[in-house]
Design a protein around this ligand. Structure first.
Ligand code: G3H
Ligand code: 13P
Ligand code: NA
Ligand code: ZN
Length: 308
């Protein structure tokens, strides 16, 4: 069934694992992720960004997710990723999404609270769960020293105040992850001390990590071998995500790794079979590559295999 994330996060919190939230843009991506969830008996969140909604046009992804639920019988959360204002959250709630993110992280604490509260009030009556974000995800070169970290990473006391004043269901925090394929210029590191402080102040409350692709070297190498050019890419090491999943983090967002797996596979087919021009011939292996990558995350990184 289509479910909100509340029960999923309660189980994930208590079980010390995280649910993967994977960004979806088309049918093959949805099918690859859902095949992995079925294979692993894992809970799953499919999330749609504003860009995805625009690319596919609003109704298509919703209908494809409904088809996946109907075909598999799985419990799936359909979530809006990075809703930037009340209007897009309302539109997705009205369209039948079961969960939304309101991302007011660019605003002051008070403005972020007011905006988030407005979305929570609208979502609550409709059974929709709400994620918010506090702190700024650092990009490469950002937050290298302590004062930069204090300026951008999530402040633990503000997190407590934020959750109390908004009544939000989950909170994305900034501890050193960032979006995309270039997360660290030097050695990767996350601020686990900060995560520990936040989760001990917010006992029982589900935290979210964005920017959590691992950018596996295998996919970078395959892309580069078959004509791509993605030098110097680096993600969050899998063992760090696994550690976070045991520290109150209940949702881990992954998009970049889907893109890398899919594109590596398509590049390979194009290179190895230059005479092939039937889209099914390159999209089937790409879909399988997504399935295998997602199944690996569920089993070895998130710890959610068998937790359906
Ligand atoms: O947070 C960003 C996600 O990877 C979605 O990316 O806005 O290009 O769809 P997008
Ligand atoms: P990645 O770019 O690390 O996959 O992060 C995705 C994300 O946070 C989507 O909201
Ligand atoms: Na967890
Ligand atoms: Zn994100």
């Amino acid at each position: 069934a289509l479910v909100n994330s509340n029960e999923m996060f309660k189980k994930a919190y208590e079980g010390g694992y995280a649910v993967g939230a994977f960004n979806v843009n088309n049918m093959e991506i949805i099918q690859g992720i859902v095949a992995a969830a079925r294979q692993e008996n894992a809970p799953v969140i499919l999330q749609v960004s504003a860009g995805a909604r625009k690319y596919a046009s609003p109704i298509y992804l919703k209908k494809l997710v409904e088809a996946a639920i109907e075909e598999t019988g799985l419990d799936i959360v359909l979530h809006l990723d990075h809703g930037e204002d009340f209007e897009i959250c309302k539109a997705c709630i009205d369209d039948g999404f079961s969960s939304v993110m309101i991302d007011g992280s660019r605003f002051s604490l008070d403005e972020n609270i007011a905006l988030t509260k407005r979305v929570v009030d609208y979502a609550r009556d409709r059974g929709v769960s709400v994620e918010a974000e506090l702190g700024k995800l650092a990009g490469i070169e950002d937050a290298v020293n302590v004062s930069a970290k204090d300026a951008t990473y999530t402040d633990p006391d503000e997190a407590v105040e934020f959750v109390e004043r908004t009544g939000v269901d989950s909170l994305a925090i900034a501890i050193g992850t960032s979006h995309g394929a270039y997360k660290f210029s030097g050695d990767p590191s996350l601020d686990f001390a900060r995560l520990e402080t936040i989760s001990s102040k917010l006992k029982g409350f589900p935290l979210v990590l964005h920017g959590s692709s691992s950018v596996p070297q295998e996919f970078i190498d395959l892309n580069n071998k078959y004509g791509g050019k993605i030098p110097g890419a680096q993600g969050v090491p899998e063992h760090m995500l696994n550690r976070a999943s045991k520290m109150g983090v209940c949702k881990i967002n992954i998009d970049t790794d889907l893109r890398l797996a899919m594109t590596a596979s398509i590049r390979r087919t194009f290179t190895e079979n230059p005479g092939e021009f039937d889209p099914r011939k390159y999209l089937s292996p790409a879909r399988d590559a997504i399935r295998d990558m997602v199944a690996h995350k569920m089993k070895n990184v998130l710890g959610c295999s068998g937790k359906k």
